[in-house]
Design a protein around this ligand. Structure first.
Ligand SMILES: NC(=O)c1ccc[n+]([C@@H]2O[C@H](COP(=O)([O-])OP(=O)(O)OC[C@H]3O[C@@H](n4cnc5c(N)ncnc54)[C@H](O)[C@@H]3O)[C@@H](O)[C@H]2O)c1
Length: 437
């Protein structure tokens, strides 16, 4: 099938490569010139395991091309995927849907009457209906085939998730649209991946609901961690024990410095804002607390540092990790960077290390001190905070670490081999445990 993928960030670039791998002819459309140049030269423009390798293969196949805007080649595209960003609006909890409106406006002059437009971005429920009406006006077509097909990929395993998702969800208002989506995903459907058809609103809400549930699960265990910290209990052991109940499950149930990234924080806020607009704000008012619990976990790190070091003024603290999760260079709403900012705000200096994400940090937050060499990063610091659970940090032999002026490490992700670090002379403090000095 001839398709276009509009917006080539973390979601769109991965989706374009995945669709080409399925055998489709894909035109990727992205207005930022540097992104187009990078993609044409075989680099996605961000770190995602295996993506650049597959991008190079698909470029060489000739099925995948990139351009900065629509042209005549869009006129016979059968399916357009919209993958533009929906970030949090400045000064509001709501999502900024302006990129969707401009993507629709740019597409309209080239949209064939029977072509299907599939939104993949995460949107407030009701957005698709508005976009559909807009497309009708802009094109003058009597029917527009707009579907919502939310994406569930996880950064770090994005390509694999795009090619083998748990489920495909398609909100469609007519049979033709549904058939085109079935056709594009035929190899996945043949593999047994469930293809769930809903109305537009349900499909939009599926994604917001899934992210609200995941955020709730993390904040739930972090709330238990707050109780564990003052009661002598251990939140990691608690999570392990309750996770055996199949109704609870042990995934996404690890206490630590909380969730971040370009999706969960802004998606729960957008859901609260949309529910409020719809007059049912109370239904998800609890998400405010989910957000607060998440933010409090970063404060807990500062409390522990202050308890151990006294005043933080003039101290140096190494923050291990900048990306919001391992195997990604995404620093949007990263708990690790939030901790670095809090350390600096307390009068200390954060030194940030990350195996992959530092160029993004230097670009977006030039005020932060960064160090690329892991062993050098330890030299002269008063304490260390593990904030992102990269394998490099889990595997780091503490016996090879030298030059730390004060051997204190706070395990913000509960992943370190505590006795190994203790044997190397470190005091190890973890979140979700009572600290006894
Ligand atoms: N990143 C993820 O893991 C993930 C997972 C599932 C869903 N999502 C959702 O997917 C959407 C995109 O997220 P992302 O992380 O890829 O964002 P991103 O910011 O990395 O990418 C968005 C891209 O769209 C481009 N763009 C903006 N306006 C455009 C226009 N008019 N035409 C063409 N391109 C345009 C931007 O330049 C950018 O490259 C969001 O709604 C997000 O919530 C993201």
């Amino acid at each position: 099938m001839k398709i276009s993928v509009i917006g080539l960030g973390y979601l769109g670039a991965t989706h374009a490569v995945a669709m080409a791998k399925l055998g489709h002819t894909v035109i990727g459309i992205e207005p930022v010139p540097a992104k187009i140049e990078s993609l044409k030269s075989g680099h996605a423009g961000f770190f995602e395991p295996g993506l650049d390798e597959e991008l190079a293969i698909q470029l060489a196949s000739g099925r995948l091309t990139f351009q900065s805007s629509h042209d005549e080649s869009s006129r016979d595209v059968q399916l357009h995927f919209i993958c533009v960003g929906t970030p949090q609006l400045n000064g509001s909890l709501a999502a900024d849907t302006s990129y969707l409106h401009s993507a629709i406006k740019d597409l309209a002059p080239y949209l064939a009457e029977d072509a299907v437009v599939a939104g993949k971005s995460t949107v407030p429920v009701g957005t698709a209906a508005v976009l559909s009406a807009e497309l009708k006006t802009l094109t003058g077509h009597s029917t527009v085939n707009l579907v919502w097909n939310p994406e569930f990929l996880r950064e770090g395993t994005a390509l694999e998730d795009s090619l083998h998702p748990d489920r495909l969800v398609v909100g469609a208002s007519n049979q033709h649209s549904q058939d085109v989506l079935r056709e594009v995903y035929a190899p996945m459907i043949a593999e047994g991946i469930p293809f769930i058809v809903t109305d537009l609103a349900t499909a939009e809400l599926v994604k917001s609901a899934a992210n609200a549930f995941l955020a709730t699960k993390i904040s739930f265990i972090n709330a238990m961690a707050e109780i564990a910290e003052v009661s002598g209990a251990d939140a990691s052991a608690l999570a392990h024990a309750i996770g055996y109940d199949e109704r609870i499950g042990n995934k996404f149930l690890r206490n630590g410095v909380g969730f971040g990234g370009g999706c969960l924080p802004k998606d729960i806020r957008a859901l609260m804002a949309r529910a409020e607009e719809l007059g049912v704000g109370q239904s998800v008012a609890y998400l405010k607390e989910i957000d607060k619990i998440n933010i409090r976990r970063r404060d807990r790190v500062i409390t522990l540092l202050s308890q151990e070091l006294g005043s933080l003024s003039g101290k140096k603290v190494l923050v291990l990790g900048a990306a919001f999760k391992p195997d990604s260079d995404d620093v949007r709403d990263s708990p690790a960077l939030e901790i670095a900012f809090l350390i600096n705000a307390a009068g200390a200096e954060a030194i940030v290390h990350d195996p992959i994400a530092l160029s993004g940090v230097n670009k977006k937050h030039p005020e932060l001190t960064t160090e690329t060499d892991l062993h050098k990063a330890f030299i002269g610091v008063d304490a260390v905070v593990l904030a992102t659970e990269w394998t490099d940090y889990r595997n780091l032999d503490p016996a090879t670490v030298s030059g730390v002026s004060n051997k204190l490490i706070i395990d913000g992700r509960n992943v370190l081999d505590v006795s190994r670090w203790q044997n190397a002379g470190f005091k190890v403090l973890a979140l979700g445990k009572t600290i006894t000095n």
